[in-house]
Design a protein around this ligand. Structure first.
Ligand code: NAD
Length: 321
């Protein structure tokens, strides 16, 4: 069994970003076509956080994976990630464990990767500006991966913690992007909300014709990153999985009748497969709402395992009896 640490996972993904995105795309399409096994995650609240168990079987890849992931908001003050995770990848032919790997970097990249795929089919082709609200792990992956699929020239970063916004903007500038830490939302062609906030961080006034939004941070029934005016502005809403309908950003406005159910056109996998439309005109304002699906974890971990073997990353351990 191959043990892969966070740095190994990052190196494997960074060695072939396009291959990584294409693997996510294949499995999202598989999931939306009804193949494979991607159950809703069992989860429970814990004294200081939340923990979820995300099993998956991809027929397409011949792989089984389970990610155990938590959300622990107080962790950064202890020098730990907000969203700690690990993934066990298993060979679907034999049931033998192939790899135990860090799941924190998997979560970081697979979530930003799915948002980038949403941008590829929902954002205007000429999108040049990106606003990232929330400068944590997801802020980094979104500002890293969305420019891979759209010609982003300028990135605005906002965070309640100004130092975090400055630090991400600095990191982006070192990568050659024109990035600026801002204290108020700026209008942009693509906007990613990736905060731990339970209260709205994006407002109707921030949206203009043609904007594509990736709303990623809120996953509980009572938390919202988008205010009422923002959520009613969208012409088209796409979700990563039907579980997203239970997140406050959609559940609350749907229950209050603020938006009709058919505003949610389908899953990202269906749009990627071409069976649903993600954007019908340059003027439309579009939303991709994600809460996470195990399809992305099995895809990401399988890709990382294959690349790590090719690159000689990680450490083998023998668990055979
Ligand atoms: N949809 C998915 O698949 C998915 C996957 C992973 C994480 N998440 C969620 O995304 C969120 C971010 O995760 P992360 O790992 O980047 O966390 P993180 O703690 O690394 O970063 C969150 C950032 O949001 C900032 N923030 C909090 N409230 C804010 C506000 N009102 N305005 C602006 N900034 C604010 C914090 O200061 C912090 O920098 C979490 O809620 C997590 O549960 C979703």
């Amino acid at each position: 069994m191959l043990l892969l640490q966070p740095d190994d996972v990052r190196k494997a993904i960074e060695s072939d970003i396009r291959g990584f995105l294409d693997t996510l795309k294949r499995v999202l399409i598989e999931k939306s076509s009804g193949k494979g096994w991607y159950p809703s995650r069992p989860s429970t609240n814990l004294p200081k956080g939340w923990i979820g168990f995300m099993p998956a079987y991809s027929e397409e890849l011949g792989a089984v994976a389970v990610k155990i992931v938590g959300v622990f908001p107080e962790n950064p003050s202890k020098g730990l990630p907000t969203v700690p995770a690990s993934v066990l990848l298993i060979d679907a032919e034999t049931g033998v464990p192939l790899s135990l790997m860090d799941g924190t970097v998997i979560t970081e990249y697979r979530t930003g990767g799915a948002s980038a795929l949403s941008a590829e089919v929902m954002a205007r082709k000429d999108s040049e500006t990106l606003l990232v609200v929330g400068a944590g792990a997801q802020g980094r992956s979104h500002s890293r991966l969305i420019p891979e699929v759209r010609p982003i020239k300028r990135v605005f970063v906002r965070d309640v913690d100004r130092a975090r916004a400055e630090s991400l903007a600095d990191w982006l500038r070192k990568r050659g992007l024109d990035a600026e830490a801002v204290t108020e939302n700026r209008r942009a062609d693509i906007i990613a909300t990736v905060t731990t906030s339970k209260e709205p961080v994006l407002f109707g006034r921030d949206l203009t014709e043609g904007t594509h939004v990736c709303a990623v941070g809120a996953y509980t029934p009572d938390a919202r990153e988008l205010d009422d005016t923002a959520i009613t502005s969208f012409d088209r809403i796409v979700v990563d999985t039907a579980d997203a309908l239970q997140a406050g950003d959609l559940k609350i406005p749907l229950e209050r009748g603020l938006i009709p159910r058919d505003r949610v056109v389908g899953e990202l996998g269906e749009v990627l497969a071409g069976s649903k439309i993600g954007r019908a005109s340059p003027e439309e304002i579009t939303l991709y709402k994600s809460v996470g699906t195990s399809a992305l974890d099995v895809a990401a971990s399988f890709f990382v395992y294959k690349r790590a073997k090719e690159l000689g990353l990680g450490r083998e351990v023998d668990l055979s009896p």
